[in-house]
Design a protein around this ligand. Structure first.
Ligand code: FAD
Ligand code: NAD
Ligand code: ISD
Length: 426
């Protein structure tokens, strides 16, 4: 049993949705393209799962956040795919790939062949078990990667009003879920091993602002330690989270956000890997010329940084997917992907954006006791990264543009004094 397509997108997440949109913009023919996804729904804006989806009042539900509403573009519902002759093969996991034969084998036993494959398999949440702790399968322990996880988390939250939640991990999932839990009137304690939250990006000064804000909302922080075990009751629910520092935290529910691993396993030994992802060139093409990789799973040359990086953010998923399709459909007209890394988050009434790279010396600016402040990263005498909390649309555009220009910096004190003005005049 089998089907053949010219183009196959493996994975049905953010990158798949934006790739499909680009194929249609570039006039893909009916019947040429299919998307195979383990998820049972058409591609959607994953960022909504830790934000709008978890709101207590009028939470976001599909079809409202199908791609590409996250970038204020057309919403691609299942009907849209049908109208454009794109086959959505949903609820179907691919269990093996043969890049020599150009085939994928699904768990249902179907062989799907392609001329060109786009790998958009994203990543999976790391499990506690990978750190030697058991209990991930307890009824009140939640991860958050896909719609099924988010639905489960929302249900567990519903059953836990005025209760205690322990959030394990101080990264993006930890921070965004903690905020959503508070909004749902749940008492939150965050536990993470670092000295401050968002250790991969924030400086201690930036982190301190957010931690103080969270404390003002009632969130407690237990830092510099990790969990070692759970106590469970006779229903198999976690009742206590035991920490390495000896603390025992009573828990009605637990949310885990301890990082991800890219879904590369189907291609290990068949394609070149780097930085934990599938290595691609500036056209998002892998070591096999018929195979492209995009989104979280792709390690691509980030020109402005001069390094191959794997980024785990939605803007990169959207733009790398579009670039791959452009390179496939119009190879002569498509240059190298020239991407400025962009990360953002929204929690409570706060909202920040970051552009570029967070290496080198840091200059903070603005009012850290107010609503708008930021930081610049200066490396080898040039601006390489910019962070801004509470900016306007125009101000975010200004820091993005300045970071792209990499202006020379001679006097860090002067940059600090100028603050946003430095980016404005860059
Ligand atoms: P994904 O969107 O993860 O899609 C991968 C798809 O591949 C999934 O549908 C999966 O089921 C499928 N798949 C995998 N393996 C197989 C297989 N073998 N067979 C079939 N299908 C398969 N980034 C931001 O910049 N801002 C945010 O605010 C933000 N919020 C986020 C909130 C949450 C809760 C999460 C989890 C992530 C968030 N991110 C955010 C990160 C962003 O969502 C990801 O960078 C983005 O989704 C990556 O897109 P992708 O298409 O590469 O992978
Ligand atoms: P992350 O890498 O942002 O953070 C992981 C955190 O896990 C670390 O900060 C650390 O505090 C913690 N940690 C690591 N080992 C631990 C241990 N043994 N015990 C306790 N804590 C431990 O990953 P995440 O928060 O799980 O997010 C998952 C993915 O989702 C990432 O790719 C992230 O970029 C993405 N995401 C992005 C956004 C956004 O961009 N706004 C929002 C949500 C999720
Ligand atoms: O980029 C995003 C984001 O942060 C969301 O919440 O996409 C979603 C959409 O805005 C959901 O509608």
């Amino acid at each position: 049993m089998g089907r053949a397509f010219v183009y196959v997108i493996l994975g049905g997440g953010v990158a798949a949705g934006y790739a499909a949109q680009e194929f249609v913009k570039r006039s893909v023919s009916r019947g040429e393209l299919c998307i195979i996804s383990e998820e049972t729904v058409a591609p959607y804006e994953r960022p909504a799962l830790s934000k709008g989806f978890l709101l207590p009042e009028a939470p976001a539900r599909l079809p409202s956040f199908h791609c590409c509403v996250g970038s204020n573009e057309e919403r691609l519902t299942p009907k849209w795919y049908k109208e454009h002759g794109i086959e959505l093969i949903l609820g179907t996991r691919v269990k093996s790939a043969d890049v020599r034969r150009k085939t994928l084998l699904t768990v249902t036993g179907e062989t799907i062949s392609y001329k060109i494959l786009i790998i958009a398999t994203g990543a999976r949440a790391l499990k506690l078990e990978e750190f030697g702790v058991t209990g991930s399968d307890a009824e009140n322990v939640c991860y958050l990667r896909d719609l099924a996880d988010a639905t489960r988390l929302a249900n567990v939250m519903q059953s836990c009003k005025d209760a205690n939640a322990i959030v394990i991990g101080g990264g993006y999932i930890g921070m965004e879920c903690a905020a959503s839990l508070v909004i749902n009137k749940i008492n939150v304690t965050m536990v993470f091993p670092e000295a401050h939250c968002m250790g991969r990006l924030f400086t201690p000064k930036i982190a301190s602002y957010y931690e103080e804000f969270y404390k003002s909302k009632g969130v407690k922080f237990v830092k510099g330690t990790v969990l070692t075990s759970f106590d469970l009751n006779s229903d198999g629910k976690v009742t206590t989270v035991n920490l390495k520092d000896g603390n025992k935290l009573p828990a009605d529910m637990v949310v885990i956000g301890i990082g991800i691993r890219p879904n590369t396993s189907l291609f290990e030994g068949q394609l070149t890997l780097e930085k934990g992802g599938i290595k691609v060139n500036g056209k998002m093409q892998s070591s096999n010329t018929s195979i492209y990789a995009v989104g979280d799973v792709a390690a691509f040359p980030v020109k402005i940084i001069g390094e191959t990086r794997r980024l785990e953010h939605v803007d990169s998923a959207r733009k790398s997917a579009k670039h791959a399709v452009a390179a496939i459909m119009e190879p002569e007209k498509t240059g190298e992907f020239d991407y400025l890394p962009f990360f953002y988050s929204r929690v409570f009434t706060l909202s920040w954006q970051f552009y570029g790279d967070n290496v080198g010396e840091v200059v903070h600016f603005g009012d850290f006791s107010g609503k708008t402040f930021g930081a610049y990263w200066i490396n080898k005498g040039h601006l390489v990264g910019s962070f801004l909390e509470g900016g306007t649309k125009e101000e975010y555009e200004v820091i993005a543009k300045a970071t792209r220009l990499k202006p020379a910096v001679e006097d860090l004190g002067e940059v600090e004094r100028q603050g946003l003005g430095f980016a404005l005049t860059a």
